[in-house]
Design a protein around this ligand. Sequence first.
Ligand code: FAD
Length: 456
Amino acid sequence: TVAVVLFTSDLRVHDHPPLHAALAAADEVVPLFVRDPGVHAAGFDVPNRSAFLVGCLTDLDASLRRRGGRLVVRKGPVVQEVCAVAAECAATQVHIAAGVTGYAHRREEQLRDALRGQGVALHVHDSVITAVAPGAVTPVGNDHFAVFTPYFRRWSQERLRDVCPAPRTVRVPDAVRGEPLPSREELSGRSPGLPAGGEAPGRDRFSRWARSGLAEYEDRHDDLAGDATSRLSPYLHFGALSPVELVQRARERGGPGAEAFVRQLCWRDFHHQVLAARPDASSRDYRTRHDRWRTEDEAAEDIAAWRDGRTGYPVVDAAMRQLRHEGWMHNRARLLAASFLVKTLYVDWRIGARHFLDLLVDGDIVNNQLNWQWVAGTGTDTRPHRVLNPVVQGKRFDAAGGYVRRWVPELRDVADARIHEPWRLPERERAQVEYPRPLIDLGEGLARFRHARGRD
Ligand code: FAD
């Protein structure tokens, strides 16, 4: 018997329930990845993530080859390609990880229908992309949790499934043909400082960080210059690492750092269960706030300055330049930069979210859109009137200005006391620094926002 395993956001061999189940049920397995032009048309395969994806696919193929198999890559509409592969190798079953987005749900439904017509069974596996499956825990009277803390309490009590071992051997039928793997030349990134994609670099990064950074994570995760977070988000986005395995391994280590890290992984699951229940929240406000956000046309210059990192607020500019250079941003920086756009400049969160999605190597329709909504105060579990002041936040989370100096070299020689407010330098010194004046007065921005939100 033959089974097909369709890899999507789960590009790994360790702790992979669909692969594990397929190998247990069939003599031969086709590990399949489909490059669907529909994803391209939707604008999600941006250069930074495509470059990371090449690393993931190359690494997955190498892992499978070490086990006697290979990755079969096809190009075309995903449902059509899966059906064609199943027919070519006379497969009786197809295995796939359950997804949460509208796209993933449609794919699953269409696959089930199309495969049924061919007499092929579709097996959908939970807890592959998240640690706890969306919908596995629900509050009384609702299909999802809208508040994080009670979700975290219930999530923490859930018994996670066992971690599946990586397979020893994978036999792939000779008859199935695939395309060559996409190359780095074909899909190159835009940001020069992108990390290497793939399960092996991801596992390596986690092991190193678990030894060197995890214990201090609770104390240091907000320190912008310290850069002390795990940087595992792109590996989690592409499923090169398993969230179940990360939670288990962090819990084995124990301590406050591990607990704080597991709590962040729970935020990821939290957003997944919101979006699974409310797929429209990827573009529509989760909660109506009667905002009259400024549009791209109304705020074109402000938006351009924000995107380019020249707002005149050093920590916001550092954040935006880090995004452009690395395709990644520290969580505190994301909060600051997003708050500045939506609350200080009063620009629609969707405009900021799109820019993040264009560059983030971990750019994720679930975590990006729902975190933007959280910051905008239109999301779940949020304080709608809170505004993060970039000067206060800069002084608090980048006290010595190391983060600003790294990304805004124009300010390298400014003293710590003025690094977050260079406009307050004595005029003679100020004139020597080639750095823009603040785009907007913070008080004015705040007043506009408060006035607008006052209508709620
Ligand atoms: P760590 O601090 O080491 O945390 C470990 C893991 O927990 C992360 O890799 C991530 O998977 C998860 N996590 C941490 N914080 C959050 C959170 N707030 N929400 C959901 N999961 C979380 N994360 C993305 O993965 N993709 C995105 O597109 C994305 N967009 C964001 C946009 C905004 C405006 C904000 C405020 C946050 C966004 N985040 C996003 C969440 C968070 O900023 C990143 O996950 C985190 O900075 C990644 O760095 P890390 O791996 O070092 O995180």
